[in-house]
Design a protein around this ligand. Sequence first.
Ligand code: PRP
Length: 209
Amino acid sequence: MINIALPKGRLGEKIYELLSKTGFCCEEFSKDSRKLIFSDKNSGVSYFWVKPSDVSVYVELGAADIGVAGKDIIDEFSPDVYELADLRMGKCSMCIAAKEDFTDDMSVPLRVATKFTHIAEKYFSKTGRDIEIIKLNGSIELAPVLGISDVIVDIVETGTTLKENNLKVISEILKISARLIVNKSAYKFKNEQIENICRKLQEAINDID
Ligand code: PRP
């Protein structure tokens, strides 16, 4: 069996839809049930519904042979896995954003609110800007609006959340898309099956482009 960790949500549902069309369907699969594991002996696959930010944990630890994770999660957590393919789906950007009237006062550390603390630290250490991280878990856009940070480092997809909170992009620091990640030992021992799934998934994605 090949164990596949899918990110719960629209992206995971789309990936399942593509995989099921290419022969890796699972009779009992449902996005709406509370069940989290679905197996199909005939097609030789098991799917797990996983919180998107946890996919790389399951793949690194070998509970899943392969999984789909955003480049943001891969850069934030640096899991010890192979990144096999850019699936060119789930596209968005990691950006620095701030209030419309923001100007940077270089004489004090920049207060940066984010849930992506490693990405933010790596970026600002490269630019040499002194920062203070404010770790949040969601609704990051509130931080500059309520004055607890100067900027945010967060995902921008349509830009609606920034716009509706009177924030603007200062710079884009990472282009994000979904990646197919693979457990290192599974890649060695189940190489043929994994390469087959990867090829078929990429073909299915090319067909919809
Ligand atoms: C994400 C992200 C932004 C928003 C960007 O939040 O953190 O807040 O989506 O999307 P947009 O550019 O299309 O408006 P999510 O919905 O995951 O919730 P969160 O605030 O709890 O992180």
